[in-house]
Design a binder for this molecule. Sequence first.
Ligand SMILES: [Zn+2]
Length: 147
Amino acid sequence: MIVYNLKCRKDHVFEAWFRDSATYEKQEAAGALACPTCGNRKIEKALMAPRLSKGTAKDDGPVMTHKAAMETKKAGEVKKALGELRQKIEENFDYVGPRFAEEARKIHYGEADSRNIYGETSDEQAEALSEEGVDFGQIPWVPREDS
Ligand SMILES: [Zn+2]
């Protein structure tokens, strides 16, 4: 059995049960469906409100082994955390792009105002910076969810 939200011409929405979708289509085509409120026979499927289930993941979706599920969860959390980190950095740090090494060095030697910056360096630049004792960190940069 399946349930459809149906709607008449006058926007009365009601639920109706059918054996299967073919049964619905047959009855609909035959004009056998009528609105219980006003008797109108122009019936169409209403958009279904999404039904959210509080059920756990084992109720729907592909079945995973416990280990795979844990790993997926962990990867998702890591990605989320990195995404939040990225957002924080973008909000609070000045982007200096490929001039990062230069700017970090200036800040380190007091030639520029101390501020939070982020940008890119080559491996050699990063190595040179750490040899000079410039304090910086590297994080994996995750792509934006919306890109
Ligand atoms: Zn109606």
